[in-house]
Design a protein around this ligand. Structure first.
Ligand code: ADP
Ligand code: MG
Length: 609
């Protein structure tokens, strides 16, 4: 072995760069963070060849004092914190003082800045050699800072090999800019690639313009198929937009979560959100959301990872509960209301990306597509047939139902409920109803299943989780960490219906279990519950498994397709839907109803053109 020696500055920085600078997008991320920390409200990003050749980020922030410019390249040199207390409640995006040093060690970097309004007083800095000596020269530069990074990884060929195609690298940059732009609607961003303008996000003047930024980044379909939330509770605030279950995605790619303006990926957060969607999302689909969590900076540790993508919450259990509770309520409230059933944006878009991939009926009329893309089951032929049947045989229940609808609506002061009154049953599967704005179609089996399921859950919640003693207590081998969790969380376990006693360093005995799950694989259930308690401070496994059981029960007790319903029964179902939480989706996340307003129908028949 060789003797110990101190590494030269560049090499030391290159080692640090291994963590901080993974690809061009990492450089853009660090540069944007610095610009935002400097208070910029206009940031221009220019990249060539996916950022490998050139990345230039120019901001109009406060700039740097002349003497500070060389220091910016030194590792562990920062203007953002000065002591440990600062670190514990840091409000800036940066604080580690290593980004510029790392970037400058693996690329040709020029940093130009000016902290005065006299643009002739700018300076520009470059650093060279193994010790990264900084040379300064005067340049004209307006107030603010420009970071220019050329030939990324020119001196670290191993790293360069890991770069992907220009297109891929640019897409990462684009994503970084989008995320930062979402977090800061008060700042203008422009992005150019190979001399072409790609994005221009204009600053919003006030908070009411935030929706516009969301819409331009996440897309109109997401925006229209999402519900806005904003909840404040004991120093925590969660606001933003969550996609309706019917606007779900095949990939987890439309998920944006910010903690105090910082883009983060966090297991606890993801878990809380998934749990909120558990009951309404089609199997294997991912929810879409843009959510902003704000809390006292001292309550969250941001110094967990060099890229600052991860955080650690001090009160993780409360945060988990708060996020879950807020979203769960927001999604539960999605049910037919007057607004929803008549406002066409909800209707048109909640099914704009139905699941599984929709097959439009394609009647061949211009403008017809949108109205008919709303069918979820994807069987175009059957729908067409169903339609043909309806029009070939319009008599049936219709007259009768109209009369009933008429009578009841007269009684209720001509007030038509959101889901309207039943007209007829179609193909033994669908209920056709008329409301104030037009036609409502209901998948009666799916709707009934949801209603039954929600009732079963409600009954369970009212009486709590019941436990049942095991005839023969079961001993389970666990890791010492899991055994410690059994002791620490004994109360939580009891609330979940378990009674577990520690019987050795790596063994416990289960004495009581949740009643409904007495036949489950108890070993595995307990291990999963403990895993949750260790990771998240709480567990929803028992409820989730019970829910699954209740869902199966609901499925078997619900009206089956092909049973003829009386008009009264149909109206009863419609009324139940109006008051049942989550009634917009069946237990498997498929939509339970769609609506076609008279104007949708007019379009379909080319009326009024
Ligand atoms: P950090 O952001 O963690 O402090 P950096 O290496 O990213 O570390 O930057 C070092 C210092 O350089 C910052 O603390 C800041 O004072 C200064 N700096 C970097 N970029 C800018 C900028 N765009 N505007 C003003 N100051 C900047
Ligand atoms: Mg920084």
């Amino acid at each position: 072995m060789r003797r110990i020696q101190v590494l030269d500055t560049r090499l030391a920085n290159q080692i640090a760069a291994g963590e901080v600078v993974e690809r061009p997008a990492s450089v853009v991320k660090e540069a944007l963070e610095n610009a935002l920390d400097a208070g910029a409200d206009q940031i221009d990003i220019e990249v060539d060849a996916g950022g490998v050749q050139l990345i230039r980020v120019r901001d109009n922030g406060i700039g740097m004092a002349r003497d500070d410019v060389p220091l910016a390249f030194a590792r562990h040199a920062t203007s953002k914190i000065a002591n440990l207390e600062d670190l514990e409640s840091v409000t800036t995006l940066g604080f580690r003082g290593e980004a510029l040093a790392s970037i400058a060690s693996v690329a040709r970097v020029t940093l130009s800045s000016n902290d005065s309004s006299d643009s002739s007083r700018g300076v520009s800095a470059q650093c060279e050699g193994r010790e990264m000596a900084v040379t300064l020269r005067p340049v004209p530069h307006p107030r603010g800072t420009t970071l220019e990074v050329r030939d990324l990884f020119y001196n670290t060929p191993a790293r360069r090999k890991f770069l992907r195609t220009e297109k891929t690298e640019f897409s990462h940059i684009d994503e970084v800019v989008k995320r930062q732009a979402l977090a800061r609607p008060d700042v203008s961003f422009t992005l150019r690639h190979n001399g072409r303008a790609v994005h221009q996000y204009r600053a919003a003047d006030d908070a009411s313009q935030l929706p516009r930024r969301i819409e331009s980044i996440c897309g109109q379909p997401f925006f229209e198929a999402s519900v806005a939330i904003d909840r404040d509770l004991g120093g925590l605030r969660l606001c933003g937009w969550v996609g309706l279950p019917t606007y779900s995605r095949a990939q987890a790619d439309a998920q944006y979560f910010f903690v105090n303006g910082r883009v983060i990926r966090d297991k606890l957060v993801t878990h809380a959100i998934r749990q909120a969607y558990r009951d309404v999302l089609f199997h294997g689909r991912h929810p879409a959301y843009a959510l902003f969590l704000e809390l006292d900076p001292a309550q969250v540790d941001v110094n967990v990872h060099p890229t600052k993508h991860e955080v650690r919450f001090r009160a993780s259990r409360e945060i988990h509960g708060f996020i879950f509770g807020t979203l769960n309520q927001a999604l539960a409230d999605v049910r037919p209301s007057d607004d929803a059933v008549s406002a066409s944006p909800y209707l048109a878009t909640s099914f704009a990306t139905p699941i599984p991939q929709q097959a439009g009926i394609g009647l061949g009329f211009p403008g017809a597509e949108r109205a008919w893309q709303i069918q979820g089951s994807g069987d175009a032929g059957a729908h067409a047939k169903a339609l043909a049947q309806l029009y070939a045989n319009p008599g049936r229940d219709v007259t009768n139902a109209r009369a009933v609808a008429q009578a009841s609506s007269d009684a209720a002061d001509a007030e038509v409920p959101p889901m309207g009154f039943a007209l007829a049953q179609l193909a033994g599967i669908y209920i056709l109803a008329e409301n104030a704005s037009g036609l409502v179609l209901v998948d009666m089996h799916a709707a009934h299943e949801r209603i039954t399921y929600e009732r079963l859950k409600q009954a369970r919640d009212d009486r709590g989780i019941r436990s049942q003693p095991l005839l023969v207590p079961q001993s389970v081998g666990l890791s010492s960490r899991e055994v410690a969790a059994v002791e620490e969380h004994s109360e939580a376990l009891q609330q979940l219906g378990f009674q577990v006693a520690v019987s050795g360093e790596e063994a416990v005995v289960i004495r009581e279990v949740p009643q409904a799950l007495a036949n489950a694989n108890l070993d595995e259930l307990l291990r999963h519950v403990l895993g949750d308690l260790i990771d998240l401070g709480s567990s929803d496994r028992v409820a989730a498994q019970e829910d699954a059981l209740l869902a199966t029960m609901a499925c078997h007790t619900s009206v089956r397709a092909n049973r003829r319903l009386t008009v009264q029964e149909m109206n009863g179902l419609l009324r139940d839907m109006e008051v049942t939480e989550r009634s917009g989706q069946c237990n498997h996340g498929r939509p339970t109803w769609v609506a076609l307003s008279v104007s949708d129908l007019d379009k379909l028949f080319l009326r009024g053109r």
